[in-house]
Design a protein around this ligand. Structure first.
Ligand code: ZN
Length: 306
């Protein structure tokens, strides 16, 4: 079989939903694993995600073109839903009876992981379902803005479920997919200027070692989460909260992002944006040639990051 695997979004300006975790991050974690597992089972795989796009429409069109040009047998688009933080579970969209026969076992396997079954649905309104020449399914794995789904989320078990649903086979977990996540972690910690125990930036090699573990621990200590040196969902959630560059104002902000801000400004880290922090922000903004308004917006965040 020749599979066209479409890792949803991850192609600016085609960006996924932002929830507790970012859809872009989740589709990448699951999609890279699905691709390597299918390959390890001896299937042909075409990665249908374009590397650049001029618009969202262009991104979607390229995904279909890649699948059509390569004449894949089945097109599988991987996404995560977001709605109102309460809605949860798994649904799969498709446009034909053949598509339904492919979608059903994939859905069944994901639901076995504990996700709520929202069913196989008509996806004729979806661009990639409509514009691919072969049976296509679009998997909404679960909701990236629902806490209960994110607690259950595990890229290894999800990719196993998708592969098992598509092929009836189970692949061993390859190291390659694991490497990706560690590389992303190293890049994120470097961007946040979080150093290892020798105060050095991390080497971005995708390999977990003492330096990456110690930098992860340093970050965890800073934001007040369990220091285990391993980047689980809570750690990623904190990293992504900061990298989302939320607007912070005095007396209106608290928590993880403020702790990080205070650490960078070298003031007491208490997680509360009060007068002392506001003054330090203004001093920093003046130093960096920004408007010294004491409000941390995107420009101030960019100066705080590397
Ligand atoms: Zn999506």
């Amino acid at each position: 079989m020749k599979y066209g695997i479409d890792i949803g979004h991850n192609c600016n300006p085609d960006i996924g939903a932002r929830g507790i975790r970012q859809e872009d991050h989740l589709t990448m974690e699951v999609g890279t694993r699905v691709i390597s597992k299918l390959k390890s089972l001896g299937h042909q795989v075409i990665n249908c995600k374009p590397s650049r796009a001029s618009s969202v429409g262009n991104s979607l069109q390229q995904r279909c073109n890649i699948a059509n040009f390569n004449r894949v047998d089945v097109f599988v688009s991987i996404h995560f839903n977001s709605f109102n933080r309460q809605a949860n579970g798994t649904e799969i969209f498709t446009g034909s009876d053949t598509g339904r026969r492919i979608a059903q076992p994939v859905l069944d396997n994901i639901v076995k992981l504990g996700f709520f079954n929202r069913g196989v649905k008509s996806g004729l309104h979806l661009y990639v379902v409509k514009n691919t020449n072969m049976p296509a399914i679009l998997v909404e794995c679960c909701f990236c803005d629902a806490q209960q789904d994110m607690n259950r989320y595990n890229p290894d078990s999800l990719s196993d479920a998708i592969v098992r649903g598509l092929t009836g086979q189970t692949a061993p977990n390859p190291d390659e997919a694991e490497k990706k996540t560690i590389l992303e972690l190293q890049k994120a910690l470097n961007r946040l200027k979080i150093r290892d125990d020798n105060s050095k930036p991390l080497v971005e090699d995708g390999i977990i070692g003492n330096a990456t573990r110690s930098a992860t621990r340093n970050f965890q200590r800073l934001v007040g989460i369990t220091e285990n040196g391993m980047a689980g969902p809570t750690t990623w959630q904190a990293i992504e909260q900061i990298l989302a560059k939320p607007v912070l104002r005095a007396n209106h902000a608290a928590g993880t992002t403020v702790k990080y801000l205070q650490h960078q400004l070298k003031v007491v880290v208490d997680g509360v944006y009060g007068v002392v922090t506001a003054t330090a922000v203004q001093v920093f903004q003046r130093q960096e040639g920004l408007t010294a308004d004491g409000i941390v917006g995107p420009k101030t965040w960019d100066k705080l990051f590397s």
